[in-house]
Design a protein around this ligand. Structure first.
Ligand code: ADP
Length: 550
């Protein structure tokens, strides 16, 4: 086709030059019929003479029929090569000059309007074809770039393994950019230390210089500080570390890895040949940097939360073991204390009955005190045993009517309640689902406390209520007794915690048992109260199936 064009124009020699997309370099050149001397001379001027540059910048058609005498040509290489006529036509597409066609003839005045029209038409056709090729390449490139970003993003979503993610990213970066070396350095979020995390194509020696090394004020330092990429298209004349030079890289780019606005690492890409980074490559590598940065953050968050979960699991297990040990200890001690305590009480009784006549007033008083203390101790031992047994009895849950539990207790305490003139209000309480002895123990302690801590209230009232709350019910035991300072609302649920002003007898174990039972059954317990204002103890408990609204 080239030959046909030359023939149809009647030229002796012809050339075609196509510019790169930036328009600053000849990307493709074809020549036909020029003497070697002409080609040599032209390559010395960078393959583009004065007139060619003019055509490229203006898109005009230039014709001259007598270049030996034309001032614009007479000192040029075409004239020197013995040609007489020249014609230049631009290769155009969408109003842009993509290159030029250039023909020469030894015959003077060879090119007229006909040749001019033919050449302009050919220039337009080549332009359209070129544009199509470029569009196609552009689409291909975009698709390829998108594929790279997708591949990295996919790697991120499929695995949160940091190493794997970085390796995949580097492979993809090298594949799409056609560069030789790439490595990633990461900054430790806590210490700020920078380490080499993954690399491709760099020598072992160079990799070693990158491990744990950060040159203050160096290129990567600048990227960490500014968050912007840094490019060296040609190492010639730049200040760089000796190791980098020795590695033989010529075009190098440093790209920030950004995770949540912060630079968390740097991706460095390079080639031995001088291969400038085009704006779109920079754009792509920045996008890659962002994808890796976010992925890194996610992987770190995942690692952190995994570690926390593990730690928490370990702690919970430890706590469980310690609690079990403690329960066993409490049980053993309380159990072992029981026998000598019984003996002690028996001996005191014996002394009182058999030696009554021999004891004076003081002696009897001492023995009474001894008995009272032994009784208090027995209660403590019983309470501690009850506490350590919670959850170990192996009883199965069943339907337990809360009204019934309260009724039974009131029957048991009838005398006390009557004497003190307490009004107990309860009705329509729900049926709960749980271990009967547990529910009885909770109510015994809460109601017992309500009675015990009524103080000198003139019209003592205890109210037991329940509020529906989905699967659970919230039960309350309210009294109008002495109340509790809010500062101690949490403390009183701890073992042996009794308030100083409390005159009533007790061991300080009751509420600890209540809490252990309720939490063991998946509920919660708390108190609402103020000093002198009465107290309301709350707890949540699973409802019996029949209580569930359908
Ligand atoms: P105990 O009653 O044997 O002392 P508890 O564990 O049952 O032990 O209660 C702990 C402390 O909480 C009590 O000593 C008392 O100071 C306070 N307390 C518990 N219930 C009430 C209540 N209904 N009103 C006022 N104070 C209470």
């Amino acid at each position: 086709m080239w030959d046909k064009v030359i023939q149809s124009i009647n030229a002796d020699a012809a050339s075609l030059r196509v510019m790169n997309t930036e328009g600053d370099r000849v990307e493709f050149a074809a020549d036909k019929g020029f003497p070697q001397r002409y080609l040599d001379e032209r390559s010395q001027v960078g393959n583009l003479g004065k007139v060619s540059r003019r055509v490229l910048s203006t898109g005009e058609v230039v014709v001259s029929g007598d270049i030996q005498h034309d001032p614009a040509f007479k000192d040029g290489i075409s004239a020197r090569a013995g040609f007489n006529s020249v014609i230049y036509a631009p290769i155009m597409a969408k109003g842009r000059v993509l290159g030029l066609l250039h023909m020469v003839s030894r015959t003077p005045h060879r090119f007229y309007d006909r040749e001019r029209d033919i050449l302009v038409a050919i220039g337009q056709q080549i332009g359209a074809a070129l544009e199509n090729v470029r569009l196609f390449q552009e689409t291909e490139r975009r698709a390829q770039e998108q594929a790279v970003l997708n591949a990295i993003a996919r790697a991120t979503s499929q695995s949160l393994d940091l190493d794997e993610l970085l390796q995949i990213s580097l492979d993809k970066v090298l594949e799409v950019t056609g560069r030789e070396r790439a490595y990633i350095r990461l900054k430790d979020p806590e210490t700020g230390e920078v380490t080499l995390a993954a690399h491709r194509g760099i020598s072992k020696e160079y990799a070693e210089t990158l491990v744990h090394k950060r040159t203050p004020g160096g290129k990567s330092d600048q990227v960490f500080e500014t968050g912007k990429p840094l490019i060296i298209n040609d190492i010639e004349g730049t200040i760089l570390k000796e190791e980098t030079r020795r590695e033989g890289s010529n075009s190098i780019g440093w790209f920030p890895l950004r995770g949540r606005g912060e630079v968390v690492g740097i991706l460095t890409v390079s080639t031995s040949e001088s291969k400038p980074f085009e704006p779109r490559e920079v754009e792509l590598l920045q996008a890659v940097g962002n994808v890796i940065g976010v992925a890194l953050e996610n992987a770190r968050l995942f690692e952190d939360s995994n570690r926390l979960v593990k730690e928490l699991k370990g702690l919970t297990e430890l706590l469980g073991t310690k609690n079990k040990e403690l329960d066993t200890f409490v049980y053993t001690v309380s159990h072992d204390l029981k026998a000598p305590l019984v003996t002690l009480q028996g001996m005191a009784d014996l002394l009182l009955s058999e030696y009554e006549g021999k004891l004076d007033e003081q002696g009897r008083h001492y023995l009474d005190r001894l008995k009272a203390n032994a009784q208090q101790m027995e209660q403590l031992v019983l309470d501690l045993l009850a506490l350590s047994r919670v959850g170990k009895e192996g009883h199965s849950p069943e339907e337990v009517s809360l009204d019934q539990v309260v009724e039974d207790l009131l029957l048991e305490w009838g005398e006390t309640i009557r004497v003190r003139g307490i009004r107990v209000v309860h009705h329509g309480l729900p049926t709960l689902w749980g271990v009967r002895t547990h529910i009885e123990q909770v109510m015994t302690n809460l109601l017992g406390n309500a009675v015990k801590y009524l103080g000198d209230s003139a019209a003592p009232v205890i109210e037991i209520g329940a509020k529906d709350g989905g699967e659970m019910v919230e039960c309350t035991v309210r009294d109008n007794g002495i109340g509790i300072d809010p500062a101690y609302h949490e403390k009183i649920f701890e073992i042996f915690q009794r308030l100083k002003e409390t005159e009533a007898e007790g061991t300080g174990v009751g509420l600890a048992i209540v809490k252990k039972i309720i939490e063991g059954a998946g509920g919660r317990t708390w108190v609402e109260s103020a000093k002198g204002q009465g107290s309301t103890f709350h707890f949540t408990w699973l409802k019996a199936q029949k209580e569930m609204k359908t």
